[in-house]
Design a protein around this ligand. Structure first.
Ligand SMILES: [Fe+2]
Ligand SMILES: [Fe+2]
Length: 159
């Protein structure tokens, strides 16, 4: 059982966002699996590093998409939704930078706490902040595609 399985409770009924959120869940699951002791024992943290890099790249696109929509609706960059995105990216990038330079047991701990932290954070964020974003767009009858706000790399290949 993964730390964050996909469930209907995470769906916001906005196709662009739901496919992006499913990808987030898949990439977090891939990171979690890369921490399996058998994998780490044979490959060290090479798989985990690649999985975390993929997750960071995804978050840059994912959060960037939502922020483009929010700016189009007049949300300020200091808004708490932007702040949460920024904090998550800062933490994930910090862990990524530590993988090569710190002792293995420390790195394992950072990565495990990151997986559990993101698995706890994401449902709250999606059901509150992202749901509010979808609601605001629906109220204003804004369609991402009609506004030409669809980002280029919404769904990268989930390895
Ligand atoms: Fe999101
Ligand atoms: Fe968000």
């Amino acid at each position: 059982m993964s730390a964050l399985p996909w469930s209907d409770a995470l769906a916001l009924n906005e196709p662009h966002l739901d496919s992006t959120h499913q990808e987030f869940v898949e990439l977090l699951g891939a990171l979690e699996r890369s921490l399996d002791p058998a994998t780490v024992g044979s490959a060290g943290f090479a798989n985990a590093s690649a999985a975390l890099q993929a997750l960071v790249s995804h978050c840059e696109s994912h959060f960037g998409m939502e922020e483009t929509w929010m700016r189009a609706m007049g949300f300020e960059d200091g808004n708490c939704h932007f702040t949460q995105h920024r904090q998550v990216l800062e933490v994930a990038r910090d862990v990524l930078a530590r993988i090569e330079h710190e002792p293995a047991d420390e790195v394992q701990g950072y990565l495990e706490r990151l997986v559990l932290g993101l698995a706890e954070w994401f449902p709250m964020h999606a059901q509150q902040m992202d749901a509010a974003l979808v609601y605001a767009m629906q109220e204003l009858k804004l369609e991402p595609q009609a506004l030409k706000l669809e980002p280029q790399a919404l769904v990268a290949s989930a390895a």
